[in-house]
Design a protein around this ligand. Structure first.
Ligand code: DGT
Length: 230
């Protein structure tokens, strides 16, 4: 990634101090969120917080991500409780640099993944109710503010192929229908904005291209992403 300096001077000030911003990258499984973070991680003034997926794969030696895929009815609540905790930890993590860039959020965990598990009958109403009360209480208490969501928009077919290629072992049984449903939930939330509150501005990027071309798209949008986050 090309180093980009001078962001600080472009950022708005509050009481004479530069404000801090949080940008979150969202999108379907294998939409390229990690590549996005990787691309911007060396940018001056940016600190990157990676998704806690490795924590979900090793909770005191247990892989609850794998268990959720193997037996969602049994393990969804366990995984989502832990996802909610680890996402909250990332949201409240104190920020040294002016721009915090994070992968996914407590919002997509709830509005896309929990919603899907509940709608598909894999998470019983009572488990959904308990998680929802936790979610509402967390947001009342901690806010989890975001300034910009970068939505990497893809088609389910493209991400299905990428999942097959990247061979993450937990994901090999994911059917295309699951990706279609998750896609629709992201679209309802971030594009049609008719289902759940959208916590901030959204910048949508077409992320159906190969990595080399995506780097160009990222570069073309760099200023928008870094300076428009207020
Ligand atoms: P990328 O960089 O766009 O390829 O992103 P991924 O696919 O590495 O990251 P992500 O967050 O889309 O998914 C990582 C794995 O964790 C994937 O198997 C889906 C799963 N996952 C992520 N968040 C949740 C969640 O809240 N609930 C459930 N059930 N699964 C989740």
């Amino acid at each position: 990634a090309v180093l980009f300096t001078g962001i600080m001077s472009a950022l708005p000030k509050k009481n004479g101090h530069h404000q801090k911003f949080t940008i979150c990258v969202e999108g379907n499984i294998a939409s390229g969120k990690t590549s996005f973070l990787e691309y911007f991680k060396d940018t001056h003034d940016v600190e990157v917080i990676e998704e806690p997926v490795n924590k979900w794969r090793n909770v005191q030696g247990g892989n609850i991500l794998a268990k959720m895929y193997e037996d969602p009815t049994r393990w969804s609540l366990t995984l989502q409780t832990y996802v909610q905790l680890t996402m909250l930890q990332n949201h409240v993590k104190s920020q040294e640099k002016p721009i915090k860039l994070m992968e996914r959020s407590i919002y997509s965990a709830k509005y896309c993944f929990v919603e899907n598990l509940h709608n598909s009958g894999k998470m019983p109403d009572l488990e959904f109710a308990v998680l929802s009360e936790w979610f509402d209480w967390i947001l009342d208490f901690h806010k989890c503010p975001l300034d910009l969501i970068v939505y990497l928009q893809t088609t389910p077919e493209i991400v299905y192929d990428r999942i097959k290629k990247r061979q993450r072992k937990e994901e090999q049984t994911i059917p295309i229908e699951y990706l279609q449903t998750l896609h629709n939930l992201h679209e309802d939330w971030l594009i049609h904005q008719r289902k759940f509150p959208v916590p901030c501005k959204v910048l949508t990027l077409d992320a159906n291209y190969e990595l080399d071309y995506m780097h160009k798209v990222f570069e073309e949008n760099r200023k928008k992403i870094m300076c428009d986050s207020g």
